[in-house]
Ligand binder design. Structure first.
Ligand code: KIV
Ligand code: ZN
Length: 390
């Protein structure tokens, strides 16, 4: 039976850490409302201890959209941060405290300058304190992919015994590669399910090597039950796992992953455009799923194939992600089939073969000069050609 994958969107927390992506409270609420329409399971609304503005935004999101979506926010493993999270999310129906603390040697030695045991104890104390406030607590082992496996496991075991209900395994600096990350998740999952089968295993990947989507999918294949991602892959440095990519990979390849999400994929494009508009950060044109060219075809061979049957060159339909339909860009490489289709779509006849050949010659000359030929160009081409020949 297929497994449901829980989707946590962190556009408003990790995504908002991008330089230049400052959002005001109203904009954050607008994005949260759209994330609810998209049917994400959990919204990470911010890092409330970081500023009064962030606190208020998280509170407003919890109040206004927290009726059906789980709301979480980030805390370091310290009482003040946990209190700030609790106070800001407590109005949501299903609030979740998210605690983060590093497990790699470099974090333990350089960031905290404490012994491994002392750092682990900080995590345990933080979870125990959070559990006095709320039943649901997620613990993130920051820099997990660069951590010593046995210490990572000991930490997970200790925080689960202290009451953590979700364990999130971050590839904080995008160091992981798919086979290795999948293997890490498989080993952790085996031990975790023996310890407490109700604890959810989650992953959080960064894209420094362009592998965030691949690592997330590999983790799913190896037992991860929850994924963390952002719209348009926004996030620190090269960004986080792009929600739209993983969701569509699971939809298109459902029988390979035996997994699905509850995401309303027809809302993906609208969400992507909203986030891009409000953050002022453009989506690259060839970005998978939501880029401007994601469903645009310009080569003649492809256009001809698509006009025969869309499946020849399309693995998903544009309508599935909320785009209008595939787009055939007319260029000098477009063949007769694509040009004929464009002319006929405008209501002009193409039955006179000699006349059509002349028209196609004019189209190629125009396409050479202009590079891309739009509907209005085709219209002008046909009407002026027909007037001349009358
Ligand atoms: O990248 C990271 O490790 C994080 C944690 C807070 C989950 O963003
Ligand atoms: Zn992150």
């Amino acid at each position: 039976m297929n497994r449901k994958i829980i989707v946590l969107d962190t556009t408003l927390r990790d995504g908002e850490q991008v330089p230049g992506a400052k959002l005001n409270m109203q904009q954050k609420v607008e994005i949260a409302q759209q994330l609810k329409r998209l049917h994400v399971d959990i919204i990470e609304a911010g890092f409330p201890a970081s500023s009064a503005g962030d606190f208020q935004a998280v509170q407003e999101i919890a109040r206004s959209v927290g009726d059906s979506v789980t709301i979480t926010a980030l805390a370091r493993a310290v009482k003040n941060d946990i209190d700030a999270v609790y106070e800001s999310i407590k109005l949501a129906q299903n609030p979740l405290i998210h605690i983060v603390l590093g497990t790699s040697n470099i974090h333990v030695e350089k960031k905290f300058n404490r012994s491994k045991e002392a750092v682990m104890q900080m995590g345990v104390d933080a979870v125990k304190y959070a559990k006095t406030l709320l039943p649901n607590v997620q613990y993130s082992t920051e820099d997990a992919s660069r951590s010593d496996f046995e210490y990572l496991w000991k930490t997970i075991e200790a925080v689960v015994k202290a009451g953590a209900t979700m364990i999130n395994v971050p590839d904080t600096v995008g160091f992981a590669v798919p086979e290795q990350f999948g293997d890490l998740i498989r080993r952790l999952n085996e031990r975790l399910k023996n310890l407490n089968e109700n604890v959810v295993l989650s992953v959080h990947c960064h894209n420094d090597l362009g592998l965030a989507t691949a690592n997330t999918l590999s983790a799913i294949k190896n037992g991860a039950e929850k994924i963390e991602c952002t719209i348009n892959g926004l996030g620190e440095r090269a960004g986080n796992t792009s929600l739209e990519e993983v969701v569509m990979a699971l939809k298109v390849r459902e029988s390979f992953y035996n997994s699905y999400t509850d995401i309303q994929t027809k809302e993906l494009l609208r969400t992507s455009r909203l986030v891009s508009h409000l953050t002022g950060l453009d989506v690259q044109v060839n970005k998978a799923i939501t880029g401007e060219n994601a469903f645009a075809h310009s080569s003649g061979i492809h256009q001809d194939g698509l006009l025969k049957d869309k499946q020849v060159y399309e693995i998903m339909s544009p309508e599935d992600v909320g785009a209008e339909s595939m787009e055939l860009i007319l260029t000098a490489r477009s063949g007769r089939h694509a040009f004929k289709n464009a002319v006929e779509k405008m209501g002009f006849a193409t039955t006179d073969a000699a006349d059509f050949e002349q028209l196609f010659g004019k189209f190629l000359a125009l396409a050479d000069a202009k590079k891309e030929v739009y509907d209005h160009d085709v219209f002008y081409l046909v009407t002026s050609h027909r007037t001349l020949n009358e």
